[in-house]
Design a protein around this ligand. Structure first.
Ligand SMILES: Cc1cc2nc3c(=O)[nH]c(=O)nc-3n(C[C@H](O)[C@H](O)[C@H](O)COP(=O)(O)OP(=O)(O)OC[C@H]3O[C@@H](n4cnc5c(N)ncnc54)[C@H](O)[C@@H]3O)c2cc1C
Length: 411
């Protein structure tokens, strides 16, 4: 191979939250890493309004960020702990609002479930963090790692596997080689396409509308989630008293809500939230993202591994997408770091696929089951759902197990 081509242990395509985590973990184990990204976020400005894209970050992901040294950098920018979570079945109220059912008795008792960090002896259940804050903190670490080359702006054009090495060509004409190429380049992964890895895809026919709103009542550091037949509405508490919303809507309705003027939008949103936090006032832009479940048929090919959204996307109703991606990064990094084999060894890559596939698939299917369960309008399903929610709410051991699992601190 050409002597001018720089060689690494690992080339990561995509310095999003997941790719940057993988690069940090392996660089801190002494591996030579190139990380390629076509776009970097602007610097963080204190007192700037919250970004539209936020993530609910689990305790497991927080622990990874602490290990890397990125958590304190996120804290220094902006993070929002939430101490409770309140989930309720809003189908009865939704019908009341829309005045479809005259007979409210038929709607039955409203199901709800409340999770409290204090009941678990934990300070919080997790944190709401702007995606940009997470990415900037990780990039800051990478820029100070002596074994890392952050190549940006640059984009993957092509790669070839030759003699136990991957030869990568970038759009700036540079070529690099490595034992392993990790595709962390998101849902429309070019690495996945070029590797010829097929995906199973399920278009949910919905969009996730995101916006920042100021509630009339304090959010009480609680993540509020109302399930309606059309999809859930989440109000995620931010440290400045505002809430970030993720409102799942049928695709055509999302476009309609995006085009609305602020005043009409506020009215619709207030109604959809059941006025749990009083009136809601949107500020700044709104955006919507198509919701599509994807799962790659294979996670690996010789000298190639996919992680994060490149290998799976799930419904955002429980805020687990990036948390699964961080688990992929942790699994791949520890399998590589614990072995004396080269990072692209097929044995190690197969170990990685085995370690992550079942958990990712199970979480994706669980989210789809919730979506179907809460989408049902049959009286009998609604009644069973409400009774079930209220029953679990009274069963502390079950409730604690559910929330510990969502926090990533038990199976
Ligand atoms: C509405 C909504 C709400 C969500 N809320 C949550 C939540 O609360 N909690 C949660 O855990 N998850 C949530 N998710 C999911 C979460 O946003 C994703 O799982 C996460 O962003 C995936 O991160 P990633 O690093 O794998 O991919 P991405 O964030 O897509 O990053 C990919 C990176 O690769 C770069 N790239 C792409 N192609 C190339 C190329 N050819 N060359 C170089 N660079 C390239 C891109 O610029 C980008 O920086 C939500 C998703 C949606 C849609």
């Amino acid at each position: 191979m050409d002597a001018k081509i720089k060689h690494y242990d690992l080339i990561v395509i995509g310095a999003g939250m997941v790719g940057a985590t993988l690069a940090c973990l392996l660089a801190q184990k002494g591996k030579k890493v190139a990380i390629v990204e076509n776009y970097l976020p602007d610097n963080f400005v204190a007192d700037s309004p919250p970004e539209l894209r936020v993530s609910a970050i689990s305790r497991a992901s927080q622990n990874t960020f602490i290990k890397i040294g990125a958590w304190s950098k996120m804290q220094a920018m902006r993070i929002s702990p939430y101490e409770a979570m309140h989930v309720w079945d809003g189908s009865a109220e939704a019908q009341r609002d829309d005045d479809i059912h005259e007979n409210m008795a038929e709607a039955g008792v409203q199901g709800q479930i409340h999770f409290n960090a204090a009941d678990l002896g934990e300070p919080d259940l997790g944190h709401i963090i702007e995606n940009k804050v997470i990415q900037l903190a990780l990039l800051d670490i990478l820029q100070h790692e002596p074994t890392v080359d952050l190549l940006c702006p640059a984009s993957l054009v092509d790669f070839q596997v030759i003699d136990e090495l991957v030869l990568v060509t970038l759009d700036n004409g540079h070529q690099l080689s490595a034992s392993l190429l990790a595709g962390a380049d998101g849902a429309h992964s070019k690495v996945r396409t070029l590797a010829g890895i097929q995906i199973n895809q399920n278009d949910y026919g919905q969009q996730g509308l995101v916006a920042t709103v100021q509630p009339e009542l304090p959010h009480q550091s609680t993540a509020w989630q109302r399930f309606m037949p059309s999809g859930p509405l989440a109000l995620l508490p931010l440290s400045d008293g505002s809430c970030s919303i993720v409102w799942t809507l049928p695709a055509d309705k999302a476009d309609y809500y995006l085009a609305m003027d602020d005043e009409t939008f506020n009215k619709e949103l207030g109604k959809a939230s059941g006025y749990r936090l009083g009136e809601l006032k949107v500020f700044g832009k709104r955006a919507a993202f198509p919701l599509v479940g994807r799962h790659a048929k294979h996670y690996i090919k010789p000298h190639i591994a996919l992680i994060g959204d490149a290998v799976h996307t799930i419904h955002p109703l429980a805020g687990q997408g990036v948390n699964l991606g961080i688990k992929d990064a942790v699994a791949l990094a520890s399998i590589i770091a614990e072995s004396s084999r080269s990072p692209g060894s097929h044995l190690l890559l197969r170990r990685y696929e085995r370690a992550r596939k079942a958990d990712n698939l199970l979480t994706q299917k669980a989210m789809e089951a919730f979506k179907i369960l809460f989408g049902h309008q049959l009286s009998v399903v609604k009644a069973a759902r409400n009774i079930g929610l209220n029953l679990v709410d009274k069963m502390d051991p079950v409730k604690h197990q559910i929330i510990r699992s969502a926090m990533g601190i038990s199976g």
